[in-house]
Design a protein around this ligand. Structure first.
Ligand code: COA
Ligand code: NAP
Length: 270
């Protein structure tokens, strides 16, 4: 099989929320495939450490502190990244925040905080990236979540925000398709060893229950997600746009989840 489609030598990957977890795993996978990588997130220490680890893989990498809620900081980051590595070939937008809380236990600011990071942040990233995307040819990948289409108690903020993210994906696919820019959402299932999963399954019992719920009876691995990202960004994905793609061992088929035990455990921790 000809795997040259998965060679990203010299291409520019920009990852919003790229200093840890799934998004950093995507950055590492593309770095190993030759891409030059920019990662941004709020913490200057985390982005600097991420850039060092990516450079250790033998590629050029830039770590920039920016908050997706603050358009000015994002604009500076996009300008610095494209000045260094040229137009962005692949944009991954995955900055997010989460905690378990019932709607009644959530202050307006708690709800707004997650919507601001996940939804408004994704809009800011896409909108401000646009001037720096390679046209035609760029591929945008939004990192969504199953809460976008599965009503989930204790997740009102994330459900609302990620549903908006997926709708944004579809609208931008229509608006940007004629420019030769593709945009898709990847919907990860529960991914082992990540902050996101730690927040939704904080104990052995809740983690085990989550695993048993997945039709394929295992948690996801970060490479399950980075491989889908590489496929979408490669020539093999060149006719895919506006798609919402679960990579979740079949979890999306199983209906609403019950996070009451996990919510009780995380209330005890707080
Ligand atoms: N239950 C209820 N409300 C909560 C909460 C919880 N567990 N955690 C935070 N909040 C509320 C805060 O009380 C605050 O509301 P208030 O001003 O009315 O008191 C609001 O949320 C904002 O909290 P703050 O800590 O100021 O926000 P932040 O912008 O510093 O951080 C978070 C954002 C809360 C999402 C934080 O958890 C974060 O930075 N997460 C990033 C990592 C992550 O979540 N990874 C998983 C991705 S899926
Ligand atoms: P993570 O490690 O906490 O990743 C979140 C990243 O976003 C961090 O790098 C964080 O760095 C950054 N970030 C947070 N707020 C930001 C802001 N305001 N501006 C810029 N960057 C910000 O979590 P993860 O579990 O790997 O999740 C990654 C993505 O996958 C998220 O979009 C999440 O919704 C999605 N997802 C995860 C799972 C899972 O099982 N983990 C399942 C479904 C979907 P800073 O703290 O430095 O800002």
């Amino acid at each position: 099989m000809d795997l040259s489609a998965l060679d990203f030598t010299g291409r520019h990957l920009f990852v919003a929320g790229g200093s840890s977890g799934i998004n950093f795993g995507i950055a590492q996978a593309f770095a190993r495939a030759g891409a030059r990588v920019t990662v941004i997130s709020r913490s200057p220490d985390k982005v600097a450490a991420a850039a060092r680890q990516l450079q250790a893989l033998g590629t050029q990498a830039l770590g920039l502190a920016a908050d997706v809620r603050h358009p000015d900081s994002l604009e500076r980051a996009f300008a610095a990244a494209s000045a260094r590595f040229g137009p962005i070939d692949v944009l991954v937008s995955g900055a997010a925040g989460n905690f378990l809380a019932s709607a009644l236990d959530m202050s307006p600011n708690a709800f707004k905080t997650v919507v601001d990071i996940d939804l408004l942040g994704s809009f800011n990233v896409a909108r401000l990236a646009h001037a720096h995307l390679r046209k035609p040819g760029a591929c945008v990948i939004q990192i969504s979540a199953g809460q976008a289409f599965t009503p989930t108690p204790f997740q009102a903020h994330v459900c609302a925000a990620k549903a908006g993210v997926d709708m944004l994906t579809q609208v931008l696919a229509l608006e940007w398709g004629p420019l030769g820019v593709r945009i898709n959402s990847i919907v990860p299932g529960p991914i082992a060893g990540t902050e996101g999963l730690k927040r939704l399954a904080p104990t052995e019992e809740t983690l085990d229950a989550m695993t048993q719920r997945v039709p394929l009876r295992r948690l996801g691995r970060i490479e399950d997600i980075s491989r889908m990202a590489m496929l979408l960004a490669s020539d093999w994905g060149s006719w895919i746009t506006g798609a919402i793609i679960p990579v979740d061992g079949g979890l999306a088929l199983t209906g609403p989840r019950d996070f009451s035990a996990a919510a009780a455990a995380s209330r005890r921790d707080r």
